[in-house]
Write a protein that binds this ligand. Sequence first.
Ligand code: ATP
Length: 224
Amino acid sequence: MVSGNLSSAPIGILGGTFDPIHFGHLRLAEEMLELANLRQIRFIPTGTPPHRAAPKTPALHRSAMVQLAIASQPAFVLDEREVERAAPCYTVDTLRELRAELGAAQPLCLLMGGDAFLQLHTWHEWEQLFELAHIVVGYRPGFTLEERIHTATSELRQHYQQRLCSVDALSQQSCGGITELAIPKLEISATDIRRRVAEGRTIRYLLPSAVANYIHQHHLYQPC
Ligand code: ATP
């Protein structure tokens, strides 16, 4: 872990299938940008996930929809490194690449929800993640991680207890901290949006209109 003399505000990393990106993702990112004082958030659409079936929608479309959705927020950046990789990719490898490009001193924050965090011990080389980035966990107000951490494995619980830090600490060290942020979760999911499109129902106000137009123009999510 590198500490001291860090001048740069942290960069956030938000991975997802984004099939399609919607206002749930965008509000999560906007809240985290503000609450964690991030200078940028990189949206990284997943390529071929090692443990799950690949997203049905080609990466070309998922990336294009992210680009349309974030166009008006200069702090949001599309990062296509995972979809450009042919082999299955693990988050730890993506973070290693980013760390090599951005330098040892740049604070990096891996952004995720509380449910994902409680499963962190199942991720490939999960303990290495703390050597590469902070983890910023968003939880619904009223459902704190602290209340649910007893459901985690003892190893994960130990990391949580030792690494819990304030938002200010995220810019003072380059990696290794865990911060929790209370973020209201919008009841929007990509699964529901895909189902609505397949059924010919409206998706207005669930995602940016440019993304809704893209879905209709390219006939995405039509029933087989
Ligand atoms: P699907 O319904 O296909 O599983 P999803 O809508 O959950 O997709 P992903 O692309 O898998 O979207 O999610 C990327 C990240 O965004 C994850 O960390 C997930 O927890 C978070 N996320 C998804 N939907 C919301 C939401 N409505 N509010 C806050 N965070 C969300």
